[in-house]
Write a protein that binds this ligand. Sequence first.
Ligand code: BG6
Length: 474
Amino acid sequence: MNKIKNNFLWGGAIAANQAEGSFNSDNKGLSTADIQPYLPNARPTELHFNDLDREHFNEYKNGNYHYPKRSGVHFFERYKEYIDKLAEMHIETLRLSIAWTRIFPNGDEEEPNEKGLIYYDHLFEYMKEKGIEPIVTISHYEMPLHLVEKYNGWSERKTITFFAKYSEIVLRRYQKLVKYWIVMNQINLFDREGFASLGIIDEKDGKYQRQQYIALHNQFVASAKVKKIAKGINPKLKIGVMLADNLTVPYSCDPKDVNASFEYNRMQYFFSDVLLRGYYPQYALNYFKDNGISIDITDGDKEILKENTADFLAVSYYWSHTVKGDSGDGKPVIVDNPSLKKNDWGWSINANGLYICMSNYWDRYRVPMMIAENGLGFNDELTVDQKVHDDYRIDYHKQHIEAMIRAIKDGADIFAYCSWAPFDIVSAGTAEMKKRYGFIYVNYDDEGNGNGALIPKDSFYWYRDVIDSNGSMI
Ligand code: BG6
């Protein structure tokens, strides 16, 4: 007995900015994702889209680059074909996001864009018709560019109001079609994916870290407000907070490594501590003090955080991280783990890390959880007879689903598993197509060329069997 509940949801996850394309159709505004260029000569292990965007921020006005997320994999026009293929794979849920810029093209308008709203009416209705439950992320790395340029993204408090208004519109509109909502994608990756999630362009004279924590505080308050708004609309709606698992193991038993890992991990729990427990923990307040970070946390903020903790925890898990206490200059550093194999992008495979993190989150919070993303990027080969033999992908998912089942057997309440991504989409970090995750090959290349055919890989049939057996074949 694998102890997976009968109503467990097997599925996949995608994001609007990496899949939809049609970046200026139906009045859509420009988002941070739309200005991320494809850089063919960059070393894949060094590509990071927050630095990349900031460095190339003004370049988008000159149009010197190819911007893959502007066309994605044409999900916007072709969504029925994609949903049909997912239904063929017997997928039960698809986690996907709404593009904020389809609903509020600039982010600060008075009225929403009706055409954008109609698009998601059709999409969610079609998913329901095909028996696929939508799990919707309200913000997945694509804030309106206008809010970045005019308000310096989330560092301005007004952004809370804009986001709350956008959230209210979509929660109200889709309440009958969508039960599960994730407010922000991977709220804890604000450092690595900072530009994409916080939209800070003005670093305020080297006080960037302070700006980041102010922006993050505004996201916390906005998340709690969204929970309050949702319950006012329909108490049955479930509102989640999401983390990218980033917990570390120490490089060795040297007390410096052990302590660095402990401190690093605690600042990872910080995000969910605030959103699931409802207050800033003392260790975080101490960290701010020690690092000269002052944040204006009002009594009103404290109250809204306290009274509106999230209903569930969504976790994305890809790879595991190892930390060394002293990198030579006395500062801790994330290093390679020599015991683990990596993919071409340097992401190391460690399924047991999924077991450990889900067990730790369960022990700490005791709230329902879902695996919001799990997968690894591979450069697949399409054979002449149009097949992809991706045993490595089957192997990766098998090991990770096994790890999830172990956590469930130990008591963790996990209600869904979403692979990232069930079909190939543009990479968030590198803007490549060749960093493929799907069970379905999507025939576009890095330049956006190709016939776009949707070709089931070997893993497609394997995952269908997993779903059909509710995981018992693992
Ligand atoms: C997650 C993001 O962190 O990682 C996704 O939520 C992203 O948007 C995924 O696609 C994989 O990263 P990448 O850079 O390989 O696409």
